[in-house]
Write a protein that binds this ligand. Structure first.
Ligand SMILES: Nc1ccn([C@H]2C[C@H](O)[C@@H](COP(=O)(O)O)O2)c(=O)n1
Ligand SMILES: [Zn+2]
Length: 180
């Protein structure tokens, strides 16, 4: 019996020494993973000037919603305007585009978005902030913020009042290459 136990210990020790039996340690973190999916989601946007992605993650680290900026379902990307500058609001994208955060919330598979984390490549605008607060989303993690824009300032003001924390994603410098 003693020899059996000794043999088993030796086998286990040898196994640990074999790298094929030990998990890799260079996997990406949850934060890197969710922001990578958020950035990848933005690549579906047809907006020629600005592509925004957004991902909703619940308390179990499950992705429950994702979206990017685009026109509503059935509104042709080829017939509606993608321009930014016009005296006539009917001729600019802003009048029609659904923001990435709005699409992520609307696409959410989970009925309950309460306390989910919202990852986004661009800090939410005031209109998205209203939906985020109403959906009781728990935290905003963003890549970039156009702080000079009043829409961003209004959103931040509402998040502060609603006590929804926001934080800027801290880049790790890691790069991944995805060949599609
Ligand atoms: N938090 C945000 C802010 C903006 N967007 C979308 C709306 C437009 O498609 C584009 C912004 O246009 P720009 O003036 O930067 O060319 O980004 C969003 O989805 N979420
Ligand atoms: Zn918005």
């Amino acid at each position: 019996m003693k020899n059996g136990a000794e043999n088993l210990c030796r086998i286990l020790e040898n196994a640990k020494l074999n790298p094929e039996n030990v998990k890799r340690d260079d996997y990406i973190s949850w934060e890197e993973y969710f922001m990578a999916v958020t950035i990848a989601t933005s690549h579906r946007s047809k907006d020629p000037a600005t592509q925004v992605g957004c991902v909703l993650v619940n308390e179990d680290n499950h992705i429950v919603g994702a979206g990017y900026n685009g026109f509503p379902n059935g509104i042709s990307d080829d017939e509606y305007p993608w321009g930014k500058q016009s005296e006539n609001p009917l001729e600019t994208k802003y009048t029609y585009v659904v923001h990435a955060e709005m699409n992520a919330i609307m696409n959410a598979t989970a009925r309950q978005l309460k306390n989910c984390r919202l990852y986004t490549t661009r800090f939410p605008c005031n209109e998205c902030a209203k939906l985020v607060i109403q959906a009781r989303i728990g935290e905003i993690i963003y890549l970039d913020d156009k702080e000079e824009q009043w829409q961003s300032q209004a959103a931040r003001k509402m998040f502060n009042t609603a006590r929804i924390p926001t934080r800027k994603y801290q880049k790790t410098g890691r790069k991944i290459v995805i060949e599609l």
